[in-house]
Design a binder for this molecule. Structure first.
Ligand code: ATP
Ligand code: MG
Length: 426
């Protein structure tokens, strides 16, 4: 036998047993964003490498070591997108969506990062995200957070996730804070791990984000970002906090919360859960008021978040078990005898016309009634139609209930659609 070929490490197949759950999750997400007036944007999976370098930042984990970058046949450097915001801004600028305008957008699709695969962390993963442009007040920050909170309600996991927020202030305020932090960290360099020492040189705020308990202990008394905010950012943040409270959203201010991407300023937030082990952040976002201009557009305030789909699906299946309806059909059409073939096909096609919501599966490949009913049972169908020569001649159908133990019955073809509709309709 030929050697089998495997998927790339960290890139998953979504098999039929779980794809129904994904579809239901996606449909709820779509419904909730539409509920807030957000519109979908779809962008290519591949972009110029420059786009991500200029937006995410040269000295971030993503750009330094996680991107799938390659040269195409023209010698251009391309990258599989590691996140969605940069592409949204690129597309918005390119098509004039952002210039003096307000936009509320959402996207859903695969992202690629060369990370060490583990539960909740993959090399191809999917993000659902929203982005709002052209609005700079705390009211829109509140809106995207409210929208995310509504998602948890819709999925029945509101009590399993909690909100952490922080403000990074303006770029200038952050620069001043960075200096204070570097002084603090340098005095404790002997207590930092290798990763943090590297970050101390390249991107010191990221040391705050270290998952190493020893590092966390060493920086317990580090200066707080919130003490270094510029006045406007301080006001923006306190207004947001006030409105969150008014809206009944519980939150915790976490002065250590920084994001792994350079473009954020002011509000940042994460929704975290302790039901998933180490990969506890299921949704993260914030303001990125400088990015549109940085990518060549007119200065435009922006705020958004991205939600990790795999982590959400994992959380739902962990908490709520497998609610998957694994059936593939409602009605299974059995064909008894070659001459009934075209009659059966006609019946199935007519039913598909009159009952487009009903899943009708035709038996293929012949075999006796027993074999066909075994197949029917496997699909999870609630009824089988038994169609033979006699039924064909009389324009009738035999209906065999498969689940409730009731008797099979014969009826005129003309009554079938109405009967099935009331049987399967609820
Ligand atoms: P983390 O700290 O977990 O690495 P991050 O800060 O890199 O997250 P973002 O870039 O903000 O994550 O992405 C937003 C969300 O996308 C994350 O909160 C997470 O739910 C999801 N996500 C990020 N990277 C991965 C991955 N490699 N596999 C699965 N989901 C991911
Ligand atoms: Mg990461």
């Amino acid at each position: 036998m030929a050697k089998t070929i495997q998927a790339i490490r960290g890139m998953n197949d979504t098999l039929p047993e779980i794809s129904g759950t994904w579809q239901r999750v996606e449909s709820t997400l779509r419904q909730v964003v539409a509920n807030y007036g957000y519109q979908e944007i779809r962008t290519p999976i591949v972009e110029s490498t420059d786009l991500f370098k200029r937006s995410i930042g040269e000295v971030t984990d993503i750009v330094e070591k996680e991107m799938y970058t390659f040269e195409d046949r023209n010698g251009d450097s391309l990258t599989l997108r590691p996140e969605g915001t940069a592409s949204c801004v690129r597309a918005g600028n390119e098509h004039g969506l952002l210039y003096n305008q307000q936009q509320r957008l959402w996207y859903l699709g695969p992202m690629f990062r060369h990370e060490r695969p583990q539960k909740g962390r993959y090399r191809q993963f999917h993000q659902f995200g929203v982005e709002a442009y052209g609005l700079d007040g705390p009211d829109i920050d509140l809106e995207v957070i409210l929208l995310s909170a509504r998602l948890w309600k819709a999925f029945g996991i509101a009590d399993k996730v909690s909100l952490q927020i922080n403000s990074l202030g303006s770029n200038e305020a952050r620069q001043a804070y960075r200096d204070a932090l570097v002084t603090f960290l340098k005095a404790r360099a002997d207590q930092l791990d290798e990763d943090s020492l590297r970050r101390l040189e390249s991107n010191p705020l990221r040391v705050l984000d270290s998952k190493n308990p020893q590092v966390q202990a060493a920086i317990a008394d580090a200066p707080s970002l919130l003490d270094h905010l510029d006045d406007e950012s301080r006001q923006h943040f306190s207004q947001l906090c006030e409105r969150l409270t008014q809206a009944g959203i519980e939150y915790e201010v976490n002065p250590r919360l920084v994001r792994g991407l350079d473009y954020y300023n002011r509000t940042v937030f994460e929704w975290v859960t302790d039901s998933l082990g180490a990969q506890g952040t299921i949704c993260a976002g914030g303001r990125y008021d400088g990015l549109v201009e940085q990518l060549g557009g007119k200065a435009t305030p922006a705020v958004g978040f991205a939600l990790g789909m795999e982590r959400l699906v994992l959380l739902l299946t962990t908490l709520q078990g497998d609610q998957q309806d694994s059936s593939s059909a409602d009605v299974y059409v059995c064909i008894l005898g070659d001459e009934a073939q075209s009659y059966a096909l006609g019946v199935a096609e007519e039913l598909r016309d009159s009952l487009p919501q009903v899943r009708i599966m035709m038996h293929c490949g012949g075999g006796n009634l027993k074999k066909q009913l075994k197949r029917a049972d496997k699909t999870g169908a609630s009824v089988a139609l038994l169609l033979g020569n006699e039924e064909s001649q009389n324009q009738q159908v035999v209906i065999k209930p498969l689940r409730d133990g009731s008797e099979q019955a014969t009826m005129a073809l003309g009554q079938l659609s109405g009967y099935l509709e009331s049987l399967l309709g609820e």
